[in-house]
Design a protein around this ligand. Structure first.
Ligand SMILES: [Zn+2]
Length: 688
């Protein structure tokens, strides 16, 4: 199976954390989690704050910390990620003794999934009903019926941002761009075994080698079904996938929401995309009564549909056998998993060894029963008092942002009104959703790992189908509370800050508020500002796809941004390589805005009272130190170079130096002209 890859749209926490999520082994890292307050021992007092604030705040920690051998980088993000993984594993294992139905399901799902011996004993038998259906395909009609049966809610263009499905199409049920009061089904392209069309079409040596490996992989998988002529059949399947890849829209175009606003009626499918017998497809997808769809990549729908008619049924059948086995490899015998991993893990991603079964079982349990696990997680690690404090912080941030809209110079009066309307409806969710997902209809059987996974996928699909025709629920979350991440949901005008990101060093309900505002407060401010920048300008207060800026606003915004481009162009992590102020501009604007708004909100929260001193540090000093320590992290040179060249986020140390744009930082640390980070007041950037 393919677990959904979740990447936040406007993820604010940088490469140290992303690297951790992608490559770490949860539960195996020994480094201690950061403490709740500031790490005063990590400070390097030999560095003047005005010369290198990041090194001042983190220098001793940086000197004493080795990047673990299995990681490209390390920092607070990785520490929090590892800690949360350990806790989640404990919770899932501990659910065994639970008495409520959801705890039972969590426990049964997990213990069944880890029991590889029992799975091996069943061989491919659990897949037989699916393989039998494939055997029964004889023409375009029966093929269309089968393809419709594979449609799942496994993609998400704007919220969880997942463009990949191994089925020919994926479904995403979300707010209608043009009428945000209702849900509409979005149909998105899929059907490739490798991650993207470029893998099939690019002429580079590496891609050519991967295609050769894929052909071998297809053959080895088909051989599990036992019949002959494997090599020629694998060749046909690869040919079919290559044709699907040719029909696909390139990733850059898929990410352009303006190209995705294509409303098709049910009849349009027959007229614009002949080949697929759409009536059969939609009937077995349980969408026969749906009058309209949004087609994210119309070229792909037309192209893939034509292949249903033009390609030999036998090639399709082998393609489907291959995909069915590959998709469910995780709950099939070990030899099938090893075959899948040799290609998907080792050949495609360079990972030599598969993570242990128990950790993959945790991932799969989170996929199938994420909110049930999340409910147990927050009961233990995110008490109501923490949620209340996080909510109060969010409210102060919104208030501070509202005041900033009043005073910014670049935005026209009419646009300010629209910005305020959008701010007024913004729903900043903290910790966990108001309503949990209901799993009462999901059957989890002890001893049926395959069926459990298949039913979980179907259950999620049907949960999404049920949304059609219902009022839009802006309180729905796209992340589980145990996810170390945060996400901006642009169409819903909502944000999710899961409980797992609301922990030290980002947040702690027990410490002075200055530290929370400096760390997670700046992240929340960063995400809020994305709803109002050139990207956020695409969706109005209702979530309608409609640019609400004037040309004048845009020009003013760009002029204010030009100073920031120059500031970041000046950062040189290597003598031969500087940060690109242009590439990182949107994120840098959000960083400056986030920090400034967090500072205002922190002053608001004090309500005129003085901030308590901690270890001789004033409130403002705590605020800025906490900010710079929340960016604590280091990367190996190749990873840092790659980030500088390709990532829209600047490296952590420069994000920590955002402080130089705020007047309050100068007085808090007595920063003088001539020091490296000192900016003349006129060069300090204020976009918001
Ligand atoms: Zn961002």
């Amino acid at each position: 199976m393919t677990l959904p890859v979740r990447r936040a749209l406007a993820f604010a926490l940088g490469a140290a954390l992303v690297g951790a999520a992608a490559g770490s082994l949860p539960g195996l890292t020994v480094a201690a989690a950061p403490g709740p307050g500031l790490d005063l021992e990590g400070i390097d007092k030999a560095v003047a704050p005005g010369n290198d604030f990041f090194a001042y705040a983190n220098g001793t920690w940086l000197k004493n910390t080795e990047i673990p051998a299995d990681k490209a980088g390390y920092g607070v993000g990785a520490q929090v990620f590892d800690l949360t993984s350990r806790r989640t594993i404990e919770i899932i294992k501990g659910a065994e003794g639970g008495t409520d139905p959801d705890s039972r399901k969590v426990a049964d799902y997990y213990v069944t999934y880890v029991d590889q011996a029992a799975i091996d004993k069943k061989a491919l038998r659990p897949l037989q009903p699916t393989l039998g259906r494939i055997d029964g395909i004889v023409d375009a009609t029966t093929l269309s019926r089968f393809l419709g049966w594979t449609l799942r809610a496994d993609v998400d263009a704007l919220n969880a941002t997942n463009f990949y499905t191994d089925h020919v199409f994926g479904l995403w049920v979300a707010q209608d761009f043009n009428d945000p009061t209702r849900y509409v089904p979005f149909l998105m392209q899929g059907g490739l075994d490798m991650p993207d069309r470029a893998y099939y079409l690019d002429e580079s040596e590496r891609m050519a080698k991967l295609r050769k490996d894929l052909k071998g992989h297809i053959g080895d998988v088909l051989a599990f079904t036992g019949t002959g002529n494997i090599e020629a059949r694998a060749e046909k399947v690869l040919e079919l996938e290559t044709k699907i890849a040719r029909a696909h829209t390139a990733r850059e175009d898929s990410e352009d929401v303006k190209k995705a606003n294509n409303r098709w009626t049910r009849k349009d499918f027959d007229a614009k995309a002949p080949g697929m017998v759409w009536q059969e497809y939609f009937t077995s997808a349980e969408l026969a009564a749906q009058p309209e769809f949004m087609v994210w990549q119309p070229g792909a729908v037309t192209g893939i549909s034509a292949l249903v008619a033009s390609e030999p049924v036998d090639a399709w059948k082998d393609y489907l056998r291959f995909h069915a086995i590959d998709h469910y490899a995780a709950v099939l015998p070990e030899v099938v998993q090893e075959e899948r991993f040799a290609f998907h893990g080792t050949a495609l991603s360079g990972t030599p060894k598969q993570r242990e079964r128990a950790l993959r079982a945790v991932d799969s349990t989170n996929f199938a029963l994420g909110d049930a696990v999340g409910r147990l997680y927050v009961a233990k690690y995110f008490p109501p008092a923490a949620k209340a404090r996080a909510n109060a912080m969010a409210q102060n941030l919104l208030k501070a942002f509202d005041r900033r809209i009043d005073t910014i110079a670049w935005m026209t009066k009419a646009t300010k009104k629209k910005a305020k309307a959008k701010l007024a409806v913004l729903k900043v969710g903290m910790g966990y959703p108001d309503r949990w997902k209901d799993y009462s209809g999901l059957e989890i059987l002890k001893g049926d790992a395959f069926g459990n996974l298949q039913r979980a996928e179907t259950y999620e699909y049907q949960r999404n189908l049920r949304k059609l025709g219902q009022p839009v629920d802006r309180g729905e979350w796209v992340m589980t509370p145990q996810t170390v991440n945060a996400v901006n949901l642009p169409v819903m005008n909502a944000m999710n800050f899961p409980a797992a990101i609301l922990q030290p060093p980002f947040f702690d309900a027990e410490r002075p508020i200055a530290m929370d505002y400096g760390a997670i407060g700046a992240v929340i401010g960063h995400e809020i500002s994305h709803s109002f920048d050139d990207q956020g300008a695409q969706f109005d207060s209702q979530g309608r796809l409609q640019n609400w800026w004037t040309e004048e606003d845009k020009a003013h915004f760009e002029a204010a941004a030009a100073k920031l481009v120059k500031q970041y162009d000046g950062y040189k992590p290597f003598p031969d390589l500087n940060v690109s102020g242009k590439l990182t501009l949107s994120e840098n604007i959000a960083d400056v805005a986030g920090l400034a708004v967090a500072y205002d909100a922190y002053r608001l929260a004090l309500g005129g009272k003085p901030a308590p001193m901690v270890e001789g540090l004033s409130g403002d000093q705590q605020f800025f130190l906490s900010f710079a320590q929340s960016w604590r992290g280091k990367l190996r040179e190749p990873a840092l170079r790659q980030q500088v060249l390709t990532d829209g986020h600047a490296p952590n140390e420069y994000r920590g130096d955002t402080v130089r744009n705020l007047d309050a930082w100068y007085s808090a640390f007595d920063v003088k002209p001539g020091q490296a980070l000192h900016l003349e007041p006129i060069d300090r950037v204020r976009v918001w």
